[in-house]
Design a protein around this ligand. Sequence first.
Ligand code: ADP
Ligand code: MG
Length: 737
Amino acid sequence: MARRHESARGSMPLTELLISKESKAMASFGVRDLDTMMRFAPRRYVVPAPLRSLHEVNEGEAVSAVVSVVSVRDRAMRSRRGFILEVTVSDGIEDMPLTFFLTKPHQVQWHRGRLPVGALIIVHGTVGFDDYRDSLQITHPDYETIEDTDEGRAWAQRPRPIYPLRQNISQATMRSATEKGLEFADSLTRPVPDEVIARRGLPPLAEASRLVHIPLTVEDTRRGMAHLRYEEAFILQAIFAQRRAQDERTPAPVLSAEGPLQPLLDERLPFTLTQGQREIGTKIQERIGKGHPTSVLLQGDVGSGKTVVALRAMLRAVDSGHQAALLAPTEVLAEQHHRTLITLLGDLARAGQLDGHAAATRVRLLTGSQRTAGRRETLLDVTSGQAGIVVGTHALLAEKVEFASLGLVVIDEQHRFGVDHRRRLRAKGAAGKSPHVIVMTATPIPRTAALATVGDLDVLTLSESPGQRAGVTSFVVHEKLPKWERRMWQRAAEEIAAGRQVFVVCARIDEDEADAPAPLILDENGKEGPPMLEPARGVTQTAERLAERSELAGARLGILHGRLSVEEKQEVMGQMVRGEIDVLVSTTVIEVGVDVPNASVMIILDAERFGVSQLHQLRGRVGRGEHAGIAFFDTSGEPGQQHSTHLHAIAETTDGFELAELDLRRRGAGDLVGEEQSGLQRTLKHLDVIRDARAIEQAREDAFAVVAADPELTTHPALAGAVADRLRDADPDVERS
Ligand code: ADP
Ligand code: MG
């Protein structure tokens, strides 16, 4: 996929600056103007080997040496067409031949022209052995004429930029294009105010461009790149700052009533809130009690008790005369949330019923597959305001659903929703007001990563987990080692015999259908892992196979996947919750939130197909109650392969933050919270949210100050332009709203 680069407004078009070969090469990367080209950084640098003396080198070594030309000879080859050019060079102590095999006379002339006797050159190459003459030589070295001064030698030793290449484009073309651009570096647009750059001790942009594209030292490349990274972070933070400033000018329902429902719920809770739940509750109350829309990212590991925190906030909304919506990524989850809320609320959810509490409200479920009649009734409750709380899926985002007065939206599992769905929800508020938004995620994002990517959200973290969760231990099982696999099913059978239940998760429903590609896994160097393993197993076929397995003889099997009807799914989940199913074979519909405290085994087939957070979520389904959980990551990969190393790493830690980092490193910086995530965070160019943590924090401080002083950026046209370009580049459809 072609990586897109914004065309900075008003910047010099490359077609005017470069010869056509160069501008075409740049255009093939989407780089069409000077500003973008100067920010199109080398992928890496090659640093010449340290200078050596010829008399110290050995066969097979990569060397760089400063030498002078002693003699140049060429002759026609005997056995085939072409010429041998032999250049003898000396470092003053030792001589060594440089040998070139050339096909055309003009090539010979070209080298001869650059290598007059007496010239000082720097040679880079690998030392080989010439059997014929029984001496060391360097074949086809790179070389460059240098001046015999300290500067000349330093120049010869400079790191060489290596740009990304496409077919028929050479490094030389990319280098000559950028070098021409550097002539105009003083006219580049500077989105970051000069005084900010100076205060942070960064090189000015023109200098930074030279350091990036023609560095003299490795340190230069760092200083130059530091500017580009900072600039990128600064523009992002300016966007977040503007969004926040805009929120502060936007009216929102004031959700500050202190009862009656919320305290009534607190009395009814079957447990006491943890200190963390209380503290975060207070922080959320402060924020939603103000007349401007707040956006909170509530993160906490699986089972940390986010739901009740959200429910308390939702009751505030109801108590304040507004409604709250809870959005889940799947229907199964929406249904479960609905059940959970109704259970927690008890008589507080039964408005209009005989056994309802006098202050009660209604909690309605709204999903896409609902029958028309039930749906109409629900919609009526939503529109009239009878339903204080509405639980649903994306269907809630559909235009047709009109709330009487939506005050708060809670989104569960943010990685399934584009963060920018929030913006669409804004339109659903009452009377020109924007609802408050709480996004809940069980995949914690390291702090600076959050700042860099969802920096317009307030991040609140639930760090302690309530209750006595027995916890879960994870193992990787290699299918290629049948003993392990048998042991896995035996283990499952033992748990069933002890009265526990088992989840088996498959990557797809049916093996007769086309297989989805496994996700890309990157190694530490950002390289792609080996491609595909065996085709993924399906729910249907797995259930059939398990029915045949001797270990599981007599076990009651059930299946669950997204193609079952709502009624069927509810029925199966009900059976599982009631303990009428021993082994539930399913897709990831059970990934998040599904609560079966009696389940103790989670078997994930073709585990390499799942993302880090998915695996973590899935294993979080077991060990929720008093029984210790076991998770098996079953893979068809060979032990030691990249996929399985990856699985082992996940199996070895349960720390959410550590996993988040692992995930980041594996998928490459930039792709933060998942595929569906649109927008800004998908297009980080230079920033690495972990490595550049400090730059991100500094840029945030600076950008927020600049925007606070000038929210419309009228005195910072270059920054305003960069912000607009960035938003357009990030997501042409969503971000414009
Ligand atoms: P998650 O953060 O994964 O959404 P839940 O909100 O589903 O976690 O909570 C997990 C379980 O812990 C639920 O059964 C919930 O009722 C229970 N729970 C929540 N808060 C507490 C608490 N303070 N003490 C004991 N159990 C709690
Ligand atoms: Mg949950």
